[in-house]
Design a protein around this ligand. Sequence first.
Ligand SMILES: C[S@@+](CC[C@H](N)C(=O)[O-])C[C@H]1O[C@@H](n2cnc3c(N)ncnc32)[C@H](O)[C@@H]1O
Length: 318
Amino acid sequence: MTELELLAQHVSEGLAAPQKALSPAWFYDDEGSRLFQQIMALPEYYLTRAEHALLEARGDELAALIDPAGQPLDLVELGSGDGSKMLGLLGRLRARNPGTVYRPVDLSEHALTELARRFGEQLPELTLAPVRGDYFNAWPPAGAGRRQVALYMGSNLGNQDQPGALSLLRRIRGKLRPGDALVLGLDMVKDPRVILAAYHDGQGVTARFNLNLLARLNRELGMDFALDRFAHYACYNPLDGAARSFLVSALTQEVHSSHLGRSFHFAAGETIYTEQSQKYTPAMVQALAEQSGFEPAGLLLDEAGWYGLAFWRVADKG
Ligand SMILES: C[S@@+](CC[C@H](N)C(=O)[O-])C[C@H]1O[C@@H](n2cnc3c(N)ncnc32)[C@H](O)[C@@H]1O
């Protein structure tokens, strides 16, 4: 299926469901990738800074976990975005092991172009092999005798609910071989007010990012969403540790798609569920590793306990 066919199928199903929903994977067209770069710089959006600071503060430790013996190594980053946070860690890994290859996989051409520019300027000695596509369909094959370490950063796993996270982790596990490993960047449970503010910033950038999804559907599926008839809404529920974002229809309306040849009805106040951002406790991280067939081998937390880097191994055949 082409990307457009996938989007068309996703939207037909998602907007016809009793609770309308769209997957956050579709946020990242070129404009969405640009807006996400702005989000990462927002004062309220602590996640990127916390992950970056942790990668710097504990980078040597993480590099030693990833590459203990200097074997030929491929780092496959799933949904790398512009990769800016990874420069320090990749510099450390390249210094330990000149044969290290960085294979960022992303759907967004804009993100990969930005990544190649940045790495070309700041870490030209690293072997870079970007892959544009869906991470599972485009997963780069492991070369003979080379270890693969998958990186899934930016709390991207948190976009999945519990069954979705398990199934995604099991698919990653299915791509890896004994001796390989996975690094996960995970946002930890903390003060709910801090979490909510990260999805509801004062400058309205998160709102523009959420609404951009509708602009994308207008462009790619010939839809006629009026963006000023929808509003961004975010909430955080400490009972299940999930922040959730929605688009709320301000009035009763019909939205038509010329590409799909159909309309969708919205009641006043009806919501489209667009994103979940799960927060984790150390016990949840341990349980996820075990349930998805990995061996948890380290959870590096920052001093405040706000953010974690989990290191999971694929056990050697015993
Ligand atoms: C939230 S951004 C995170 C970027 C970066 N990892 C970080 O931590 O800042 C998610 C990235 O994943 C990419 N992405 C989402 N779903 C994907 C998929 N199925 N295959 C490949 N890339 C995907 C998006 O294009 C986007 O660049």
